[in-house]
Design a protein around this ligand. Structure first.
Ligand SMILES: Nc1nc2c(c(=O)[nH]1)N[C@H]1C(S)=C(S)[C@@H](COP(=O)(O)OP(=O)(O)OC[C@H]3O[C@@H](n4cnc5c(N)ncnc54)[C@H](O)[C@@H]3O)O[C@H]1N2
Ligand code: MOO
Length: 341
């Protein structure tokens, strides 16, 4: 702390509140701790009886907390992320449009490893709406050594934007319902309405829909037909487990699709299949997707619509946070389900 004459304090940072009292009218801080003194403040300060004030020794090597927070926000924000003006030293990062939030978790950890620097975020890979808060950043002291902020900026450079929002586009879907019991009319198809309703939330139209028996050849042929006719994503239900009549994975394999995974460490969703045929995603959805409100489908679909090609390694990492607690009142995404690393 340094005592300086108010006339010499322009550009310097106040290190205590300065109170104004007008009897019966007002009592409160006229100037707040952390305020940068301006030319116009001088007469006001003199009127308040302040000829000297205490300021932080904020030389060339130091940055005001507002400036520091803005610099971290600017360096860490990628496409689809805007940020607010500082408020009491804190800058909020905000979604500029609806989309899939992507966070470079490793980069965020490195930023927080820098002493006195804070970047606090939501979870990655979740859908955010326009205007949603994504993260908050600030530094702990009122002024901070410039080198720390330069280091934070270097981390952002090395790791790419730490936060971005990816736009999701709707895909035209070819839906294949398998199962002899449905095909022969022994039971009513209750799976397709669930899938159609979920897809409609993302604006994805179901262009084609077939109900097929448990026959590998027919499944293979229909996948190819749908793609040939313009389907941008194939969804197949039924026949995903290990019973003799569960032939869907075989049908997908025979189409020539590259299987990313058959099986996923997500409950519900263990019997999930993901494959790509000519870059078209082919999803085999186990019956749990029909029964449970939230499943692996809710974790994978947004990523596909955001244009990501999901690799097996990413699916295996989903085991951490992959257990749905099946709460009576589902609060997803405000729960631990799908909060993988
Ligand atoms: N022997 C084993 N059985 C099951 C296992 C296992 O590991 N070994 N895993 C269980 C898990 S976990 C799941 S999830 C399901 C996966 O089932 P499938 O996706 O193969 O579904 P299906 O066996 O074809 O059907 C299960 C059940 O749901 C009814 N169903 C299917 N499609 C429809 C439809 N369109 N409309 C109405 N009802 C439908 C079907 O009739 C069966 O009753 O497997 C577990 N079993
Ligand atoms: O394998 Mo199932 O977990 O209920 O999809």
């Amino acid at each position: 702390m340094l005592k300086v004459k108010v006339e010499e304090a322009v550009g310097m940072v106040l290190c205590h509140d300065i109170t104004r009292i007008a009897p019966g009218e007002f009592k409160g801080p006229a100037f707040k701790k952390g305020h940068i003194v301006t030319e116009e403040d001088i007469p006001e300060l003199l009127k308040l009886g302040k000829e000297h004030i205490f300021i932080w020794e904020c030389g060339e090597d130091f940055l005001h907390e507002d400036v520091a927070a803005l610099r971290i926000a600017r360096a860490g924000s990628g496409q689809g992320v805007s940020f607010t003006e500082p408020n009491e030293g804190k800058v909020n990062l905000i979604a500029a449009f609806r989309g899939l939030l992507k966070i470079n978790v490793e980069g965020v950890c490195l930023i927080n490893d820098i002493e006195e620097v804070v970047l606090s975020t939501r979870h990655t890979n979740h859908i955010v709406d326009k205007g949603d808060i994504l993260a908050g950043t600030r530094v702990i002291p009122l002024v901070i050594n410039k080198e720390k902020i330069e280091l934070a900026e270097q981390v952002c450079k090395d790791y790419g934007p730490l936060l971005e929002v990816k736009e999701m586009r709707s895909l035209r879907v070819g839906l294949i319902t398998t199962g002899n019991e449905v095909f022969h009319g022994r039971i009513e198809d209750k799976f397709s309405p669930v899938i159609k309703e979920k897809l409609s939330r993302y604006g994805c139209p179901v262009l084609f829909h077939s109900v097929l028996p448990d026959e590998t050849g027919q499944i293979t042929e229909r996948i190819r037909d749908f793609i040939g006719n313009g389907a941008e994503m194939i969804i197949i239900t039924g026949g995903m487990s290990v019973d003799p009549d569960d032939v869907t994975p075989g049908g997908v394999r025979a189409s020539g699709a590259e299987i990313v995974t058959y099986g996923a460490p997500i409950l519900p969703g263990a019997m999930f299949l993901l494959a790509y045929l000519d870059n078209i995603p082919v999803l085999g959805l186990p019956a749990c997707v029909m029964y449970f409100k939230t499943t692996i489908f809710d974790l994978i679909l947004p990523r596909i619509l955001a244009g990501e090609r999901v690799a097996r390694k990413e699916i295996t990492r989903m085991g951490y946070g992959g257990l749905c607690l099946r709460c009576q009142d589902c609060m997803f995404p405000f729960c631990s389900f799908g909060k993988s690393l």
